[in-house]
Design a protein around this ligand. Structure first.
Ligand code: EPZ
Length: 417
């Protein structure tokens, strides 16, 4: 299994462009099957989750071609409405292919997506939303079998502003007769990006970002060329990497408002963060103060996907920080690995109490999930000595050549087989 080897203690300095958003691209790739015409997706990140989503589209019968930075999807030959178990388990977000397959083919058979390292990952809100659209849903032998031959628009309220469920229902609703109103919808920027993509394909959809989304179904949907938004979580991760090494960093081509919650937390802790219209500069050569409390919330609250990278920074902050993980049941698997590096962390239920130490020390550790793995990279960059991180495929699911980005800033990180 490939590993990252990190020699800690180097100060990160310089400028980077950040990759496009994994969590915008995945639903957009799913939405590409809504039209028989070609979709050209620019700057598609070269990460494992995208590779797996493209594999699933090919399994459905689509033609997929990657030309360096862009991908062309032609779903006109689509021939299957079934997502096999192996692929569904590999990629949790395959569940939001359900909506587009139903809109396009009116029936679907999708294997139950596995829970994953961060929680049970139920799909009850997805299913409830599809049933509200008059989709007949059966769950048999680990498969979800849907009949959408008579899908009708509906006015619904989500029990929780689930990102994936909002996206799934938006896409399904494009194939439902009449108007659909999705209330208590997720407000994440990736939802707005999916809406902008759908609008560029001719779909009549509005309200993303406000909590109430309206879709007029059964309009004609044509091909498009689209460039997704920057990855706000990757941007936040690199900002935290620079901070933990007491360096300075400018990130170009980002949308600062997408990480306002991180910026305000860092500012509270006297980190100097300069925000321009499409770039962010941080410059911090001293030990940062601990954060009184960080609570993960739906957008625009503090993102759960930055909880682990932030906990790494808290490990070397001056004082005790409290992190409450409100979104997922088991998203503290990185804590045991940080403790191996000398971190002082106590976890009780959904809270992590982190008492900052002056220095962490290198150790042999393991990535258990995508963002937890990123946290270990940050800890390794700031630690004395060498850190070896195993199971880095978790990290490569979502960060495009992270070792190259960090090396370009002066970090010593190597990928070894
Ligand atoms: C998306 O996951 C993201 N993934 C996650 O990013 C992100 O952490 C999450 O949204 C929250 O922002 C993609 O976009 C591909 P949810 P999703 O449905 O859609 C509960 C990363 O690291 N829930 O908003 O699965 C669920 O258990 C990944 O990039 C139900 O109870 O998240 C969780 O507690 C990890 N029933 C909460 O809602 C449902 O039917 C939020 O989940 C659906 C969700």
């Amino acid at each position: 299994m490939a590993k990252f080897i990190i020699n800690g203690g180097k100060v990160l300095k310089g400028e980077i462009d950040v990759q496009k958003s994994k969590n915008a691209v995945l639903p957009i790739l799913a939405a590409s099957i809504l039209t028989e015409q070609k979709i050209k997706l620019n700057d598609c990140p070269d990460i494992l989750d995208v590779d797996n989503m493209l594999k699933i589209l090919v399994t459905l019968g689509c033609n997929v071609e990657r030309f360096g930075k862009y991908v062309i999807i032609d779903s006109s030959p689509i021939s299957s409405d079934e997502i096999p178990s192996k692929l569904a388990k590999e990629l949790r977000s395959s569940i939001f292919l359900l909506g587009p397959i139903l809109a396009r083919l009116k029936k679907a058979k999708v294997a139950y997506p596995g829970g994953c390292d961060i929680g049970i990952r139920p799909i009850d809100i997805h299913i409830k939303g599809l049933k509200a659209l008059n989709v007949n849903v059966k769950e048999e032998h680990g498969y979800i079998i849907c009949d959408a031959s008579n899908m009708k628009g509906a006015d619904m309220l989500l029990d929780f502003p689930s990102v994936g469920a909002t996206e799934n229902i938006m896409m399904a609703a494009t194939g439902a007769k009449g108007k659909t109103i999705i209330r208590n919808a997720a407000k994440e920027p990736e939802i707005s990006d999916l809406q902008n993509f759908l609008v560029s394909c001719g779909v009549n959809v509005s309200g993303a970002g406000t909590g109430t989304i309206i879709v007029e179904g059964c309009g004609s949907i044509h091909g498009t060329e689209y460039t997704p938004i920057p990855d706000r979580i990757a941007a936040g991760t690199y900002i935290l990497a620079a901070l933990i090494t007491r360096g300075n960093l400018t990130i170009n081509n980002v949308v600062p408002e997408h990480i306002t919650s991180l910026i305000s937390k860092l500012t509270e802790s006297s980190c100097k963060v300069q925000v321009f219209n499409d770039k962010i500069t941080i410059n911090n050569s001293k030990r940062i103060k601990a954060f009184e409390i960080i609570e993960t919330m739906p957008y625009p609250g503090f993102p759960t996907d930055l909880q682990a990278p932030m906990s790494a920074l808290c490990c070397v902050a001056d004082g005790t920080s409290i992190i409450l993980e409100n979104m997922f049941e088991t998203r503290f698997k990185h804590v045991s690995e940080l403790v191996k590096m000398g971190a002082k962390i106590i976890v009780r239920d959904k809270a992590a109490y982190i008492t900052g130490v002056r220095r962490l020390h290198g150790a042999d550790v393991k990535a258990y999930d995508l963002r937890g793995g990123a946290a270990l990279i940050l800890a390794g960059l700031s630690a004395d000595g060498t850190t070896a991180i195993d199971d880095i495929y978790h990290i490569e699911r979502g960060y495009q050549r992270i070792e190259n980005v960090i090396s370009s800033l002066g970090g010593e990180i190597f990928r070894v087989r």
